[in-house]
Design a protein around this ligand. Structure first.
Ligand code: SF4
Ligand code: SF4
Length: 80
C-alpha cells in the first residue's frame, strides 16, 4: 500500500510533500511529483501538508485516479 499523488499537483508542484517525507520517496516528474509506491511507508505526512489536497491513500482514491498509481510505478520503474 502507498500514498499516491493525483491531478491537483499538476502545474502546482510546490514541493512541500518532498520536505516532510521521512523515507525520501517523493521525486519530481515532468509536470507533477510522484511517490515511489515500493518505498512509501504510509505515514501520511505528505498528505497533511499538500496545499491542494492532491495526495490520497491508495485505498481511498477515486477509481479514475488509479492511473496516477500506474504513472508513479512507470516513473520509478523507468528511473531504475
Ligand atoms: S505538496 Fe501537493 S502540490 Fe505540492 S508537490 Fe506535493 S503533491 Fe504536489
Ligand atoms: S505517506 Fe509518508 S512515506 Fe509515503 S510518500 Fe507520504 S510522507 Fe513519504
Amino acid at each position: 500500500m502507498a500514498y499516491v499523488i493525483t491531478s491537483p499537483c499538476i502545474g502546482e508542484k510546490f514541493g512541500e510533500c518532498l520536505d516532510v517525507c521521512p523515507v525520501d520517496c517523493i521525486d519530481e516528474g515532468e509536470n507533477q511529483y510522484f511517490i515511489d509506491p515500493d518505498i512509501c511507508i504510509d505515514c501520511g505526512a505528505c498528505q497533511a501538508v499538500c496545499p491542494v489536497d492532491a495526495i490520497f491513500h491508495e485505498e481511498e482514491m477515486l477509481p479514475e485516479d488509479e492511473i496516477y498509481l500506474q504513472k508513479a510505478r512507470e516513473f520509478f520503474g523507468a528511473a531504475q
